[in-house]
Design a protein around this ligand. Structure first.
Ligand code: SAH
Length: 202
């Protein structure tokens, strides 16, 4: 694992870029525009969220073990892992960082870490949301899968895949909430967009 130092440093640099973009839009930019409005509705925590939290803890837990470079964690490194796959991971991660910025800019103050409708919540159907209903979920999952490919560690790869699965259910719940709020406008928007990827056919 000692020869993995380069990749570990690269991983930290990529996460710093990611949190730089996310932190800017979450904590710095909104305050300059207007104060966060009071929440009016918040969806209940369910099974999908529980699986997601378990997977996220597993993902970050194994990522920390990987970064610490502890020799007893070496068993989880995939032997004979191709260098090219690590670099495919790096390319995926780098491609998703500007996308994350674009998505946050488009969603603006409609963003929240939990599902909720804010006061005077606007329905966004433009920019990053013109063709995909959940671009942020796509980008977050692509990012963690990219990172996992970079590590060549099957625990991290496994947890990154496990994190992605419950997003399907969270997205369904979110769509239900937006349908209740925006009715016809959201159902029309659903017809012309894809959930995680753009629709191929009209
Ligand atoms: N699921 C979206 C947004 C994640 S942030 C994505 O992956 O890009 C979560 C919040 O975004 C939810 O509380 C929801 O109220 C809000 N949201 C999701 N889609 C929206 C849209 N098209 N317009 C306005 N708000 C939206």
């Amino acid at each position: 694992m000692a020869d993995d130092v380069f990749y570990r440093v690269l991983l930290i640099a990529l996460y710093a870029m990611f949190f730089g973009v996310r932190g800017y839009y979450r904590f710095l930019k909104p305050r300059q525009v207007e104060p966060e409005p009071a929440e009016v509705e918040r969806k209940a925590f369910g099974k999908a969220e529980a699986v997601m939290i378990f997977a996220i803890l597993g993902y970050f837990g194994s990522l920390i073990l990987y970064l610490l470079g502890l020799s007893w964690f070496d068993w989880s490194q995939i032997s004979g892992y191709p260098e090219s796959i690590r670099w495919i991971g790096v390319v995926i991660v780098l491609g998703n960082i500007p996308l994350l910025g674009w998505i946050h800019r488009t969603l603006d103050r409609q963003y929240s870490a939990c599902l909720r409708i804010k006061e005077s919540h606007l329905l966004i159907t433009e920019g990053a949301y013109a063709r995909v209903r959940h671009p942020m979920y796509t980008v977050l999952n692509a990012f963690s899968i990219g990172i996992s490919l970079l590590t060549a560690n099957f625990m991290i790869i496994g947890f990154a895949i496990l994190v992605a699965i419950p997003f399907h259910f969270v997205a369904q719940k979110e769509e239900q909430m937006l349908l209740e709020t925006f009715g016809e406008r959201y159902s029309e928007y659903m017809q012309r967009t894809g959930r995680f990827f753009p629709r191929l056919r009209k």
